[in-house]
Design a protein around this ligand. Sequence first.
Ligand SMILES: NC(=O)c1ccc[n+]([C@@H]2O[C@H](COP(=O)([O-])OP(=O)(O)OC[C@H]3O[C@@H](n4cnc5c(N)ncnc54)[C@H](O)[C@@H]3O)[C@@H](O)[C@H]2O)c1
Length: 355
Amino acid sequence: MKYNNVLITGGAGFVGSNIALKLKQDYPALRITCFDNLKRRGSELTLPRLRDAGITFIHGDIRNPEDMEIENIDLLLECSAEPSVLAGINTSPNYLLNTNLVGTINCLELTRKNNADILFLSTSRVYPIEYINSLNYEEVETRFNITDNQDVLGASSKGIAESFPVDKPRSLYGATKLASEILIAEYLETYGLQGIVNRCGVITGPWQMGKVDQGVFVLWVAKHYFNQNLSYIGYGGEGKQVRDFIHIDDLYSAIKVQLDNFDSYNKGVFNIGGGVENSLSLQELTKLCQKVTGNSIQIDSIKEDRPADLRFFITDSSKFIEKSGLKWQKNAEMTVSDIYQWIKDNEAALKPILS
Ligand SMILES: NC(=O)c1ccc[n+]([C@@H]2O[C@H](COP(=O)([O-])OP(=O)(O)OC[C@H]3O[C@@H](n4cnc5c(N)ncnc54)[C@H](O)[C@@H]3O)[C@@H](O)[C@H]2O)c1
């Protein structure tokens, strides 16, 4: 690890705080500063954990360049965001655009002034909805499966690879991320900086403050844990939509490899997600939640599709996997069990947020 001073924007959030704590564990001499405006409900719960680990916290907003006047940084991990794909659809897109796009510019200015490297958490949502929902699939008893005979570049039964086209709408959220990626590439080129972009599928695990529009795996476990209702929404209302997921521990392993070998990953754009082996339909997730929590809850059926929803998303991470040689360690049952245990251990603090 060639870095001494790391700034993690969104450092009190699910990804940012987990990465901060794991980095501090692996590299105790590393100085880590987490920067967050605590917009996400529940992010405040991570503050004592950061403090106890010797991580500095700055309460600031990436929308404000004045808050971003931070010096002596040699690496920026950009993990802040309004991360909901529904953001801006029925409300003003201002917060989304100002955080996810203007905020990226402020982050890039910080990296330029510090001559720091940047690692950016992008999303599989950069891929257009229409193309994904037009892919060939089969419907089996518990799920939709993506098949091998695809006409769209970058799509196969392994999922969606980086060569998938990006020339159609993808949600405002996805657009802010793709626009950020474009700006990052320009900053790297123009100012001779170094950077990596990770397009992540669903990430999950302990300390994710799951809610209806973001963090569906945690939401599902929590609703089972607290014995509350859920709904299967869209695509016939049967819960056959599929997502792959990556446990936060596996995402950390991937980021650690990149940070340890930044030069070799520099300027790369990588899909990082669980893949077919780590994918579940909502129906299958329900079964697993019943097994792990011991509770069965009422799940209603709403047939109408939700805006920006996808029949399935499976990340084809072959490019990263082949380069790094990594294998994901946490399967579905381990992931759901980890989330369950975390809720059980922190029930009083989490109940007002997750139920
Ligand atoms: N969790 C996932 O499934 C997933 C998937 C793909 C990509 N991502 C990306 O990973 C990154 C981290 O996501 P996450 O799951 O940890 O979300 P999160 O909501 O848990 O964390 C984001 C943090 O950013 C903070 N934040 C929001 N607006 C801010 C602002 N204007 N200034 C400073 N801080 C601000 C929030 O308070 C929160 O603590 C995001 O960029 C997200 O788009 C997440």
